[in-house]
Design a protein around this ligand. Structure first.
Ligand code: 13P
Ligand code: MG
Ligand code: MG
Length: 378
């Protein structure tokens, strides 16, 4: 049967700043999710609600396909219900990511982050008798945050020995990279690796503008392995309203990389655009699921859950928290130390985000006022 995995995530309010949603907000969405998965409603096959920092993620399986209005409308309604709770509780940023009034149908581009993959779930299939997948959710950063780990895992055998060891992966992958500066219509490019590896690298070098949106197998071109929510809130709102905080689905095992190969690049604590006011460059910390943001700065964080899906498309009963275990403690301490050292430089130069990013913040007004005070010396 054809199953679609949809991960839809939004920040619709958080306690005492951009920390985490309240239990009551999560509770009302969980009730909605229970009803949507019930036999009487039959909208979803299965679903799970998590949070990463101040973002709530709806992880869902269903049979309505990618971009299905019924599923997107359901997610939007869930976020509206939680916004109402956040308002009543006086939480910060109630409804923050719901940027348009009443989107009709597909809500991609309306504020929430959306990553979806449709595939054949067939336990008799030669290549994928089991269906394993990862769901990443990142807070305080932009979609380019996945550029480094996806490049490392899908293009570089120094990070992923499986590219040499598995003949089906050795055939390579097709990257779909999106130009996030294009505002009215999607602008994408498809590049095959390993042949075009340096062209992929040339684009991914600029994560403010270009992000991996999808990766497909070349052994089985119909099989999509990766989906990333690669839209920029500042392009939708025209100003800074919070960071994009992207989600990603990565199918794993068999003809695709293994989970251990996909998470390996997160050992680095790579630098991403985000952090406080979305306006800095800081290292990203892998954290357990349902972690609030509480530290100094507003450190970018990323969570990762591993799932298995049964023949009916159910997956949510049990999962593994990939960044939950002690193996990541050393990385967490390293990332915090790296952040402390780096931010001693304060605001000067590269510790703050690039000027194209800052163009959506209040610094522009001060710069414009100062422009008028400049004089040209003869
Ligand atoms: P969020 O995008 O997670 O809401 O964070 C916004 C912010 O400005 C934090 O300092
Ligand atoms: Mg927020
Ligand atoms: Mg957030």
């Amino acid at each position: 049967m054809r199953v679609t995995l949809s991960v839809i995530k939004a920040d619709v309010g958080s306690i005492g700043g951009h920390t985490r949603p309240s239990e009551r907000m999560l509770h009302v969405i969980r009730e909605e999710m229970k009803a949507a998965c019930s036999k009487s409603k039959g909208l979803l096959i299965d679903g799970l609600i998590t949070f990463t920092g101040d973002d709530i993620a709806l992880i869902m399986s269903h049979m309505h396909g990618v971009g299905a209005p019924v599923v997107h409308r359901f997610a939007w309604e869930c976020f509206l219900t939680a916004t109402e709770v956040a308002r009543k509780q006086g939480l910060y940023g109630a409804g923050q990511d719901l940027l348009v009034d009443a989107p009709s149908g597909n809500i991609r581009g309306a504020g929430p982050a959306v990553a979806e993959i449709e595939f054949e779930r067939d336990p008799q299939s030669k290549d994928r008798p089991a269906e394993a997948f990862l769901v990443f959710a990142a807070d305080k950063c932009s979609p380019g945050a996945y550029n480094y780990p996806l490049y490392a895992a899908f293009c570089d055998p120094m990070h992923n020995g499986g590219l040499l060891l598995n003949p089906k992966m050795h055939r390579g992958f097709t990257f779909t990279i999106i130009d996030m500066d294009a505002k009215d219509k999607d602008r994408i490019i498809r590049l095959d690796v390993p042949e075009r590896i340096w062209d992929v690298a040339t684009l991914l070098q600029n994560p403010d503008r270009f992000a991996v949106e999808a990766i497909h197998s070349r052994y089985k071109p119909d099989e999509q392995i990766v989906a990333v929510s690669a839209t920029r809130l500042h392009n939708i709102a025209g100003r800074y309203t919070g960071k994009d905080d992207p989600v990603a689905i990565v199918r794993t095992q068999g003809i695709f990389p293994a989970p251990e190969e996909i998470v390996e690049p997160f050992l680095l604590g790579h630098f991403v655009a985000g952090d406080a006011r979305g306006s800095h460059v800081m290292p990203i910390m892998p954290v357990p699921i349902n972690t609030p943001v509480t530290g100094p700065f507003c450190l970018p964080i990323v969570s990762c859950l591993a799932f298995s899906m049964d023949a009916e498309g159910r997956f949510a009963e049990e999962c593994v928290d990939m960044f939950g275990g002690p193996v990541w403690d050393q990385t967490r301490l390293k990332v915090q130390a790296k952040a402390d050292e780096w931010r001693r430089q304060g605001f000067i130069g590269p510790t703050m985000a690039s000027h194209t990013e800052l163009a959506y913040t209040g610094i522009v007004e001060t710069l414009e006022a100062l422009e008028r005070e400049f004089i040209t010396r003869e």
